[in-house]
Ligand binder design. Structure first.
Ligand SMILES: [Zn+2]
Length: 408
């Protein structure tokens, strides 16, 4: 992990594919300077104060700024975005401890936007729980958090902290269970982190389902639903086994690894919203994914459906068609029937914006859905919905393709 301090002027670059030899070759890394974007990077360091209180932003995903001591027990943390303008979704993550047991108040001061994420706490960076509401107070635009600190490190973050490396571990853990799972690097981020895809199936299937995730770093609930969805497709049951015989599944779990590890609110290291770059493809991450999908299609894969997982204030499915007999509408209706106590929200805003779902629909004629999970959706519930969504989509896709020629 590189150490950063202060401001970086990022060369906004494109990555041109060099792969004339084979359509599935790795993306090349030649670069073309396009523009200069000012991106504020977080200092990866520990801040220690004379009253024995310590903050750390020295880990992947941290966002802390430079803490200020207001008085013996009160500190202010300025939460700034990587660059502006930006979607107002302030991400924060830091560690906190003190030499002696002490009451500490930390004010989160947002320089742009307002509080979005209720704080999560952890003592090991892996298991998280919501901070007690009584310890969170809002005044004007600022939010003050009350802690009783001690020598043990307390992790504080806007959502569960899931660095980009977790997606690689997750893929490896699935590969241990599925010999047919093939992991590959399909490209590299601006800061040279791998963008990884894995494929489940034996490549003999022409029918392909595509799963995308984490274009926007803080959208952890979408990532969690994506995992539940994918693991259901890999489950050892009749429906999943039947589906895997007819369909290959391509999963690209972490499209913006730089943004995730830099603790960004939304953008990649070039200061760009990747899910608005699916027309110009100026970023290496979107070029890697789109180039890979185009190569698959050129190789004979028929993209049947795509889900791109995100998070927002509440659960909602952004769709590309309202046609009743479409895969999308049959699938959403099936989820609603399967979980009657859950309200399936859908929203249609046309197909004009430069998002992945719109590009996939226009490029391949495959229906695509942006699957948004609420920031505060109960983690067990989002898992249940993700699994049900997988079951119902497998049924609809199998029904649609039954009787069709399946082999390439
Ligand atoms: Zn998003």
């Amino acid at each position: 992990m590189k150490q950063f301090l202060g401001t970086m002027w990022v060369l906004l670059i494109t990555t041109a594919c060099l792969c004339a030899m084979t359509p599935l070759a790795e993306t090349g890394r030649d670069t073309i300077q396009k523009d200069l974007v000012k991106v504020d990077l977080q200092s990866r360091r520990i801040h220690s104060f004379d009253n024995g209180v310590h903050f750390s932003g020295n880990f992947a995903g941290a966002r802390l700024g430079t803490p200020l001591k207001v008085n013996d027990s009160v500190f202010q943390v300025n939460i700034t975005p990587e660059n502006e303008p930006i979607n107002k979704s302030p991400w924060y993550a830091f560690k906190l401890w003190s030499d002696r047991r002490k009451d500490v108040y930390v004010t989160l001061h947002y320089t742009y936007g307002t509080h979005r994420y209720h704080p999560k706490l952890s003592t090991d960076g892996k298991r998280w729980k919501d901070m007690e509401k009584s310890n969170v107070t809002t005044s004007n635009e600022d939010v003050t958090l009350r802690f009783t600190t001690g020598a043990d490190t307390l992790w504080v973050a806007a959502q569960e902290l899931i660095p980009s490396s977790e997606a690689l571990y997750w893929a490896d853990s699935l590969a241990d269970k599925f010999s047919s799972l093939k992991k590959r690097v399909i490209g590299y981020s601006i800061l040279d982190r791998p963008v990884v895809s894995f494929r489940i199936g034996d490549k003999r299937n022409a029918n392909t389902l595509v799963v995308l995730s984490r274009q926007h770093p803080p959208e952890v609930t979408g990532y969690q639903a994506m995992q539940a969805f994918t693991e259901r497709i890999l489950a050892k049951n009749r429906l999943s086994s039947r589906f895997r015989k007819k369909f290959d599944v391509i999963v690209i779990p972490s499209i913006n690894p730089d943004g995730v590890d830099l603790g960004h609110w939304r953008h990649n290291a070039g200061g760009v919203d990747l899910n608005r770059d699916w027309d110009k493809f100026l970023q290496p991450e979107t070029r890697a994914v789109s180039g890979y999908l185009k190569a698959l299609a050129a190789n004979g894969d028929a993209l049947q459906f795509c889900l791109d997982f995100h998070s927002t204030e509440e659960d909602v499915f952004y769709i590309v068609t309202e046609e009743k007999q479409s895969i999308t509408q049959r699938w959403l209706a099936a989820i609603q029937r399967a979980i009657p106590d859950y309200k399936v929200n859908q929203s249609f805003h046309g197909i004009g914006s430069a998002t992945s779902k719109n590009w996939i629909y226009k490029q391949f004629g495959a229906e695509a859905v942006t699957y948004e999970v609420g920031d505060g959706t109960d983690r067990q519930l989002l898992k249940r919905i993700g699994e049900t969504a997988a079951d119902e989509l497998m049924k609809v896709l199998l029904e649609k393709t039954s009787g069709r020629k399946n082999k390439k």
